[in-house]
Design a protein around this ligand. Structure first.
Ligand code: 5RP
Length: 225
């Protein structure tokens, strides 16, 4: 299953490359699906494709450099032509949960400053309702326990993210609380409530930020508009 899932991620990523045009400045998302995108873009750059990218995480930056993709940043670019990113959950209205890899703040900034956003994923990410995947919320380190209390009062069970026995620190120097809300009835309202809490930097709910989804499964990659 894991092996197939990786093949599906690769298929979705390679389909997304069809939307990349010469001269574009791209938002480069984060995650293992985006890895395949970067690999393919690197091959095309080798063959002469002229693009630049703004990476949404240090991990993406590392992969992009490894694959020879020229990079730029927001000191040089006002608006990206296209951002391509992964997701943890996608609902039928294209509202997303993201942040499984801990890059949600930079991903949201990159995607918010792109003319179009394409989300690439294997079919398992499509859900009827968001919430099975615990919602990542980036919070300040300072008083994170009290921020967690406030989030808990909204009906979640926040868990401080750890990786390999260490507290996970985001690329922005913050903590991530993985907040199991169960089924999220109104993602927009929940995002707004969370954003009002002192200590919350950003939520992993990406509301109205997706133009196109490319999902891949046993029957290949499918574009959903
Ligand atoms: C990272 C993200 C990723 O896009 C999301 O976790 C999907 O990752 P993958 O492609 O590895 O399944 O939001 O913060």
């Amino acid at each position: 299953m894991a092996e197939n899932q990786d093949l599906y991620k690769k298929a979705a990523a390679e389909q997304a490359v069809e939307y990349v045009e010469d001269g574009m400045v791209l938002g480069l998302g984060s995650g293992t699906t985006v890895y395949w995108l970067l690999k393919r873009l690197g091959e095309l750059v080798d063959q002469g494709l002229n693009i630049k990218g703004i990476p949404s995480s240090l991990r993406t930056e590392g992969w992009a450099k490894e694959f020879g993709i020229p990079l730029t940043d927001f000191s040089e670019v006002e608006m990206l032509d296209l951002a391509i990113d992964g997701a943890d959950e996608i609902d039928p209205d294209f509202q997303l949960t993201k942040g499984g890899g801990g890059s949600l703040v930079r991903e949201k900034l990159v995607n918010a400053h792109a003319k179009r956003v394409i989300i690439i994923a294997d079919g398992s990410k499509m859900v009827d309702r968001l919430g099975k995947f615990p919602l990542p919320v980036e919070v300040l380190q300072f008083a994170w326990q009290r921020t967690a209390d406030k989030i808990a009062a909204l009906g979640a069970t926040p868990v401080l993210r750890e990786r390999e026995g260490e507290v996970f620190v985001s690329n922005n120097g913050n903590y991530i609380l993985d907040c199991a809300f169960g089924s999220i009835e109104n993602p927009r309202a929940l995002h707004s409530e969370l954003k009002l809490l002192l200590g919350v930097v950003e939520t992993g709910l990406f509301i109205d930020m997706t133009d196109k989804v490319i999902l891949a499964g046993p029957d290949g990659a499918q574009v959903i508009n």
